[in-house]
Design a protein around this ligand. Sequence first.
Ligand SMILES: [Ca+2]
Ligand SMILES: [Ca+2]
Length: 289
Amino acid sequence: MKDSIWLLPIAGLLGLGGCNKTNDPEQSTHSKWIARIVSYTPAPGQFVNSEMGTWEAAESLVGGKKGCLSLGGFGGVVVFEFDHEVRNIEGPDFVLFGNAFDGSSEPGVVEVSPDGERWYRLSGAADEAEGSVADYEVTYVRPEQLERAEEVGWTDNRGGSGAIEALDEIHPQSYWPVSAGAERTLTFRGIRLPDNAVWNGAKYVLGDLGEGYADNWSPDYTAVVGGDPDTKYGNKFDLDRAVDETGRRVELRTVRQIRVYTAVNQQVEGMLGEVSTEICGALSLSAGL
Ligand SMILES: [Ca+2]
Ligand SMILES: [Ca+2]
């Protein structure tokens, strides 16, 4: 199949937003912050159903850097959009904020869509590193009760199994997402990135996986882009990194929606628990264009 090419005029014809704005930055009424949460589907995790793991927490990402949302263990995902299409400008096109710091990265894979239906991954530095698994799938099994914390077992499509462990002293609520209701199992798919938590002799260090991931202390994390100081302390993303499911480059001129999922499946010993990506806002670099 040929690489897809999405052109601006086509997006306009499809009514994908930005149709009635002018080209004058002074006239722009667009916000650089997230405008709407499309969906939030967390995987089980210690913060799920707590202050960082509810629909209200997801909605706190709208309009600025005001809150944080935990996606739970591997595969947990959020989808959001701005009030305009994000354009592929020179260099980075949008910024995702997490709560990473040096030694505390919880990498999430980022995907983008021109229409909310076709999705393309933004490739990252570790996508093909040793320990990465393409076409990875995890199925979590609902615990017996949902009144309090209890470990959530999982199996994967590589013959592996494990559990999101219950840290009931610090996170006593159920880790099974309320949004999953009475579902017996929950399945998530994506790229599994290499385990990033390493014992250094004194403590676990959650190392970064290089550029191209959310909630990840990458080399570009402290850079300021577009002259906007709000972009500091966030991961920068370039639509030029879009690839299809076969890994082939796709040319994207604009995107309508962005989604992020936890891409590490690692239970860290002790109180750190499972590696779970946090999203604490996002910023479009083409709001004023
Ligand atoms: Ca770009
Ligand atoms: Ca984090």
